[in-house]
Design a protein around this ligand. Structure first.
Ligand SMILES: *[C@@H]1O[C@H](CO)[C@@H](O)[C@H](O)[C@H]1NC(C)=O
Ligand SMILES: *[C@@H]1O[C@H](CO)[C@@H](O)[C@H](O)[C@H]1NC(C)=O
Ligand SMILES: *[C@@H]1O[C@H](CO)[C@@H](O)[C@H](O)[C@H]1NC(C)=O
Ligand SMILES: *[C@@H]1O[C@H](CO)[C@@H](O)[C@H](O)[C@H]1NC(C)=O
Length: 756
């Protein structure tokens, strides 16, 4: 009996220890490997002791990941050769007419697609939920042999000359969650979610005609770089995307030979040396690989942007000039605008249905108002049109709840936080989405109506040439940059609302388990959809300019982005209908044709990034975790630098006003001529209101292509009166260099902060 008890006790202790272990990513100093170890892997195994190694990293990072207790982790921090022990974060997904809208026409012989031979030697690595290889978008008809440089492999299914690589990374996921349930997800690069298939085909899906979802968005579907090759790196699983796996995918993608990495995943913002995505992206960019990442869907509030490292291109989402109107008609004759891509049996023509607000029915008004599972009483819902509020469960799941309770249709109303931004979904019953103020109006109508309140939904299909467009999507995450306020984020926006792209057979278009419909394409929204647009474009730019660095490609995208919509006014913000700002769209909306020939670029090398990190007051050790190089910050400090001097195209000055009357900041920039040999650029300045901006010199005379010239921007401000403690004011303007042919635009952003 006593012995039995002791065994139980021991078992309990070891169980507790196992539960207390979490995954850490351990960074070692590459050149510190003691010679007794024949390889770095041997050394890592020795350092990790009894802990089982999850992944080892060799290309973008030096080290390994393992499950460790807090004590083991802190002991390791002081072990020989260990630079840093980084706790793992779990990330989440940031859930076709767009090529046309962007001006990528095949008939245009001088266009981007032609010049770059459609990017056929370029490889885009998509780190996501995997891929459904049998889609037409990934067919390899007419493509040449796989590029010679390619060193990747394909596991789980057969690849072809379009989809040239596929791997999966699940060791980190399974180390935390236990073995995955293979009934629910594929233990292979095959996509059991849909997100990865969708994003991959946005970046590089081939031409497919006719393409549509349930009859909506009919036309030709094509990715941004229809001939570029794809490699799928599956890092996201049912419980999320684990840092240890993401870093392993970066490592593998770079050594496989990708040119571009597309990552529509994000998490909590932490300093760059603790951020596996920032670290992996730095390593990739140092190997010449362009990395674009989604900004996140935390908008429209400020400070919500993620994936903010300066070497990442951070992409927000805009609405294109296509929508799917599905208006609500109320019993009083009033028409209320909504959107939907519902494709099932139609509602009876010219008939109004009894209308209820789910929140007025049943016991628990709160769960009923949101149409949560089991919250609706079939007796009050049967045969009715039901108004549900957005939030908690997915938009499509609400439709399923209403349908199960016998409802005839659903009107989905935004909450105050969602504002007026509308997202079209593939619902399982006739349904439409309306803005927050429209939701209020419908609720008022229900309450005030003397007779029985009634409504129907009028589905109008696909509408094109919508004005205004583009518009900043309501959900698109906003600046300022929480880690480096001097680096403007998001960098730019690209189409991310109601985007048509490929979809796996395994998942119905609504994403619900009960939805057995199969579609070749589906319409989704999110900065997840915006990011691969930029990834595909980056591949086209690199195909046309093989010598450009990732920073040069990013500069070309940024200095040619536009902020004026198709009405000739500043782009509006979908959440308010008011003008949007640099904190919403960064440099503006991407303009592929112009990005092809930007004239000048702001280039950045790895020493510049070290100076930036030094000037951001990171320690030498922290900098080495990111850059894998020994760095000496004294020279960066000696050069009198500040973090605003990183050679990015945008120019941001943040002033703390301690009652000072006048303050000034100067920013140094260096431009490289990538246009015409003999050219003279003159500057024109549009200063933010109340700010003095000067540029020296005001003319740049280039003699040859590749020549670099410096200039200095001086920003002078006067302290603002009546700025309450802790608050701030941001203003923006721009400077433009032009040689008469090219216009190279930089946003100039000034923020005045009143300290607490
Ligand atoms: C895996 O998922 C299926 C479907 O939900 C379930 O029936 C089965 O019990 C699960 N298996 C395990 C081992 O959890
Ligand atoms: C939007 O514009 C309206 C009308 O001009 C104004 O009342 C409102 O404060 C603005 N909203 C925001 C968020 O700026
Ligand atoms: C770095 O430290 C210096 C000296 O304390 C300070 O003046 C500067 O503002 C700091 N920079 C950043 C980006 O925190
Ligand atoms: C900006 O320039 C004007 C005109 O030269 C001058 O009157 C003003 O004081 C300057 N403001 C600042 C903040 O330097």
């Amino acid at each position: 009996m006593a012995a039995f008890r002791r065994i139980t006790l021991i078992l309990l202790v070891s169980l507790t220890t196992a539960a207390d272990e979490t995954t850490f990513i351990v960074r070692l100093q590459h050149d510190a490997k003691p010679s007794v170890f024949p390889t770095h892997t041997h050394w890592y195994h020795s350092v990790s002791g009894s802990s089982r190694i999850i992944h080892t990293y060799h290309t973008v990072f030096h080290g390994f990941s393992a499950k460790l207790s807090a004590t083991q982790a802190s002991n390791l921090e002081s072990a020989f050769g260990v630079l840093s022990v980084i706790p793992e974060q779990v990330r989440h997904l940031h859930t076709t007419r767009s090529p046309h809208f962007l001006g990528l026409k095949t008939s245009d012989s001088a266009g981007l697609l032609k010049e770059s031979d459609f990017g056929s030697d370029l490889v885009i690595g998509v780190l996501d939920t995997g891929i459904w290889p049998e889609r037409q978008s990934f067919n390899d008809r007419g493509l040449g042999p796989v590029p010679l440089k390619w060193k990747g492999t394909c596991v789980g299914f057969k690849c072809n000359r379009k989809l040239i690589g596929a791997r999966y990374f699940s060791a980190g996921y399974e180390a935390t969650n236990g073995p995955m349930n293979q009934t629910l997800e594929h233990r292979s690069p095959r996509d059991s979610d849909g997100h990865g298939t969708h994003t991959a085909s946005i970046a590089a899906g081939r031409y497919v005609f006719p393409a549509s979802t349930l009859g909506y968005a009919r036309g030709v579907a094509a990715g941004m770089a229809p001939k570029a090759r794809l490699a799928a790196y599956k890092v996201c699983w049912n419980a999320g995307c684990f840092d240890s796996d993401i870093l392993a995918a970066f490592d593998s993608a770079v050594s496989d030979g990708v040119d571009v990495i597309s990552l529509s995943v994000g998490g909590v913002v932490v300093p760059y040396y603790l951020d596996a995505i920032a670290i992996g992206a730095y390593g990739a960019s140092d190997h010449g690989v362009f990395v674009s990442a989604s900004a996140g869907n935390g908008g429209p509030g400020g400070l919500t942007v993620t994936n903010i490292a300066p070497w990442v291109t951070t992409v927000g989402a805009g609405a294109i000039d296509r929508d799917f109107p599905a208006d609500v008609k109320l019993g009083n004759g009033k028409l209320i605008p909504g959107v939907s891509v519902y494709g099932g049996p139609a509602l009876a023509h010219n008939r109004l249905y009894p209308l209820i607000y789910a929140g007025n029915e049943g016991g628990d008004g709160y769960s009923a108002s949101l149409c949560l599972e089991g919250s609706l009483d079939p007796n009050s819902v049967k045969g009715k049109m039901v108004l549900c509020d957005r939030g908690i469960n997915s938009r499509a799941a609400k439709g399923e709840v209403v349908k199960k309770a016998g409802g005839i249709g659903m009107i989905l109303a935004n909450g105050v936080f969602d504002g007026e931004g509308l997202v079209a979904d593939c619902h399982v019953l006739p349904a439409t989405s309306v803005g927050a103020s429209s939701g209020d109006e419908i609720r008022r109508y229900i309450t005030a109506s003397k007779s029985l309140p009634k409504a129907t939904i009028i589905f109008k299909g696909t509408r094109i040439n919508v004005r205004p467009a583009p518009v900043v999507a309501s959900f698109s995450a906003r600046g300022p940059n929480p880690e480096s306020p001097e680096i403007l984020k998001p960098d730019l926006i690209a189409p991310g609302l109601n985007i048509l792209a490929a979809w796996p057979d395994r998942v119905g278009p609504s994403g619900l388990a009960s939805d057995n419909r199969k579609t070749e394409f589906n319409i989704l929204s999110g900065t997840s959809m915006a990011c691969p647009h930029v990834s595909g474009l980056a591949a086209l730019l690199k195909a046309a300019h093989p010598e450009w660095s990732p920073a040069a490609i990013k500069s070309a995208l940024i200095t040619t982005a536009y902020t004026i919509d198709n009405r000739g006014e500043t782009m509006t913000d979908e959440s308010t209908g008011n003008s949007s700002t640099v904190m919403d769209f960064g440099a503006g909306h991407v303009h592929p044709q112009k990005a092809m020939d930007p004239g000048l670029v702001y280039d950045i090398n790895s020493y510049d990034y070290v100076d930036f990190l030094c000037n951001s007051n990171y320690t030498t050790k922290n900098i080495q975790v990111i850059t894998r190089k020994h760095s000496d910050c004294s020279s960066a400090k000696r050069r009198g630098g500040h973090s605003g001097n990183l050679n990015v195209p945008s120019m941001v000055a943040v002033f703390q006003q301690y009652g000072k009357q006048k303050m000034s900041r100067h920013l140094i920039r260096r431009v490289t001529n990538v246009g015409v040999g003999n050219s003279v650029y003159s500057v024109s300045i549009r200063a933010p209101r109340g700010v003095n901006v000067t540029v020296e010199p005001m003319k740049l005379v280039f003699r040859r292509v590749g020549q670099k010239l410096n200039f200095l921007v001086r920003i002078k401000v006067e302290a603002l009166k009546r700025l309450s403690p802790g608050s701030s004011v941001t203003k923006s303007g721009s400077i433009e260099w032009s040689d008469g042919k090219h216009v190279v635009t930089s946003p100039v952003v000034v923020t005045m902060q009143q300290p607490l």
